[in-house]
Design a protein around this ligand. Structure first.
Ligand code: CA
Length: 228
């Protein structure tokens, strides 16, 4: 899935530049000329990054940042302030309020894209290394461990990634092709049987730590589904 970026900018020519540049760099972009519109859409879909102009009609950029950073649902999403050059004070206040980066207008497209990439990469790393719980199982990515009621199981890298993929798509069937694509990429030369072998091991380890009944369901001819 392509990362989704929301841009709040009232100057349509700048908004267009941002949209075209980011779409060409393979991002999905939601453009908003004012905050109210963006907050409405935010209730339906949460982006991976915000680009926020400061001088806006209605709710200004600083208020947007304040609002986002005070909301537990949105506060981890990175924000880049894009504001007119020379307004140093915006930069300082914006960063103080929790914005993650600042880009002065006018900016170059390449600089915009490289900053966006850096913010999304940083965020991706943080998310990938964070401990999380799905069902009763705690996932510890750094140690590649899963923990249930104090019992631990150590997984291989592939086992961990497959289980995490299934768990984050809980209740949905994940096809073998999707597993291969997401974990091995397109370079996978093994057979899809390899997946079945990994699944078998994962099942053994889940039941070892007391996850009964086996939560992984085989969907014949398609793939797997998990219910934790
Ligand atoms: Ca503006």
């Amino acid at each position: 899935m392509r990362p989704l970026i929301y841009s709040i900018e009232d100057e349509t020519n700048i908004q267009n530049v941002i949209k075209i540049a980011l779409e060409n760099a393979n991002y999905d972009v939601g453009c908003f000329l004012e905050a109210a519109e963006m907050f409405k859409q935010l209730k339906k879909q949460v982006p991976d990054l915000f680009l926020v102009d400061i001088m806006l009609p209605g709710i200004n950029g600083l208020e947007i940042i304040k609002h986002l950073k005070n909301n537990t649902q949105y506060k981890e999403i990175p924000i880049m302030v894009i504001s007119a050059k020379g307004s140093e004070i915006d930069k300082v206040i914006g960063l103080d309020l929790g914005a993650d980066d600042y880009l002065a207008k006018p900016f170059g497209i390449l600089e915009l894209i490289s900053r966006v990439k850096a913010l999304l990469r940083r965020r991706g790393n943080e998310q990938a290394s964070a401990v999380k719980s799905i069902g009763e199982i705690e996932f510890r990515p750094k140690e590649r461990q899963i923990v249930l009621k104090g019992q631990k199981a150590l997984l291989t890298e592939k086992e961990y990634l497959i289980l995490e993929l299934l768990a984050s798509n809980q209740g949905k069937t994940v096809s073998r092709e999707e597993i291969i694509e997401s974990i091995w990429g397109y370079d996978f030369i093994g057979e899809s049987r390899t997946i079945d072998v990994h699944i078998k091991k994962i099942r053994e380890k889940l039941t070892q730590i007391g996850q009964y009944p086996d939560p992984i369901q085989t969907i014949r001819g398609i793939g797997y589904k998990i219910n934790l």
